[in-house]
Design a protein around this ligand. Structure first.
Ligand code: MRU
Length: 372
């Protein structure tokens, strides 16, 4: 995507001071575009935990850049390796569901382990963080090209009438470095002149749909409509959805998909209405070590306050209002698991496949012998 016509990234080094990493404070969108500085690895922990940044690929990239900051901060420490590994442990504990976090940390620690001279670690970790970001952009671009085929087919079948795509949460540019996963095919289709329209689920409690997906679609002039989370089934019953495309935080080698809470209900409704339900899946989000999503994927439970309160802007001030009385128990599961049988297909950077071990390992044969 572009912002105000300019190329866009969600995380970068400060142009006049590469020892500072900058992010967009996503809590302030769509009202304000605020850039936040990460000056230490602890700032990275805070940014991920408090969701200044979120979305599986961006969480991983932020952890990688935070380890670079840890490398800078380790100057003068008696054991620089130990210092960085301590930071890695704290970063890994921030959010349990998105596997990109573990993937990125393991990748950076692997590079650290192979660095022969300790005085090279700052450069090495900086390069690795940059590579992770550059690769993510290419992966998302490829997902866009692959997913475009599905939208083209629907458009041809409808003789050029509007293709209505339903998405949940924000699996957009803001969740990655650019392009997004679920949104990349939409951007490619729009650029090809295909008439597209996106139904955006609000995505309570953190409102990633109403605050983030709407913002980036508006920035890119993609026609879209915001709906409450419970509206999708009704729209599907009335022929107003042609395809669902969501992202994922962790997909097992057998194709079970963990994604933002409510995704499963959309997949059930899509299944009941014979509407294709696709998941856009960068290979960095596949957990090749597990098969059963329901029992093996840790589901994050967040602060009940996110459910009890709503955050927004009143006049020129940000504020939080309480919507529930004080004597009510609240649970706040942040993700759910959609079983592979409800997923029509996975859109990966290498092609589209069935949500199954066979489907995934046909595209990623290097993983075929690695089951746990
Ligand atoms: O809690 P969040 O905002 O980090 O959840 C994000 C999602 O569920 C996305 O759909 C997922 O990370 C895929 S991002 C390409």
């Amino acid at each position: 995507m572009r912002r105000s016509g300019e190329d866009f990234r969600t995380i970068w080094q400060k142009p006049d001071d590469p020892t500072v990493v900058q992010i967009i404070d996503q809590r302030r969108l769509p009202h304000e575009y605020v850039v936040a500085d990460l000056m230490s690895w602890r700032d990275g922990v805070h940014a991920i935990s408090e969701m200044l940044v979120r979305g599986a690929p961006l969480i991983g990239a932020t952890a990688a850049w935070s380890l670079y900051l840890a490398a800078l901060e380790s100057r003068g420490q008696p054991d620089r390796n130990k210092f960085i590994r301590h930071a890695a442990k704290a970063l890994a504990a921030t959010r349990p569901t998105a596997v990109n976090l573990r993937w990125a940390i393991d990748r950076v620690l692997g590079v650290l382990g192979r660095t022969e001279h300790i005085d090279e670690i700052e450069d090495t970790l900086e390069q690795e963080a940059r590579k992770i970001c550059d690769e993510d952009i290419e992966i998302c671009r490829a997902i866009g090209e692959q997913g475009l085929k599905l939208i083209e087919e629907i458009s041809a079948r409808k003789s050029g009438d509007t293709v209505n795509i339903l998405t949940h949460c924000n699996a957009g540019s803001l969740a990655t470095i650019n392009w997004g996963t679920a949104t990349a095919p939409v951007y490619f289709a729009r650029d090809k002149g295909i008439d597209v329209h996106v139904w955006v689920d609000e995505t309570r409690p953190r409102n990633q749909g109403s605050q983030l997906t709407t913002w980036e679609l508006a920035e890119n002039k993609v026609p879209h409509t915001l709906i409450v989370d419970n509206a999708g089934g009704h729209l599907m019953q009335h022929g107003l959805v042609d395809i669902c495309i969501t992202g994922t935080d962790r997909t097992t080698r057998s194709g079970d998909v963990a994604n933002k809470i409510g995704t499963y209900l959309k997949a059930l409704a899509a299944n009941d209405n014979n509407i294709p339900f696709y998941v856009a899946l960068p290979s960095t989000t596949i957990d090749w070590t597990i098969r059963d999503g329901l029992t093996e994927i840790p589901i994050e439970e967040r602060n009940p306050d996110e459910v009890a309160k709503i955050y927004g802007k009143a006049g020129d001030k940000f504020c939080t209002v309480q919507t529930v009385g004080s004597n009510t128990a609240i649970s706040n599961y942040a993700f759910d698991v959609t079983p592979a049988r409800l997923v029509t297909g996975l859109i990966t950077e290498r092609g589209i496949c069935a949500a199954s071990e066979d489907g995934l390992t046909t595209l990623f044969p290097e993983q075929s012998g690695l089951a746990s």
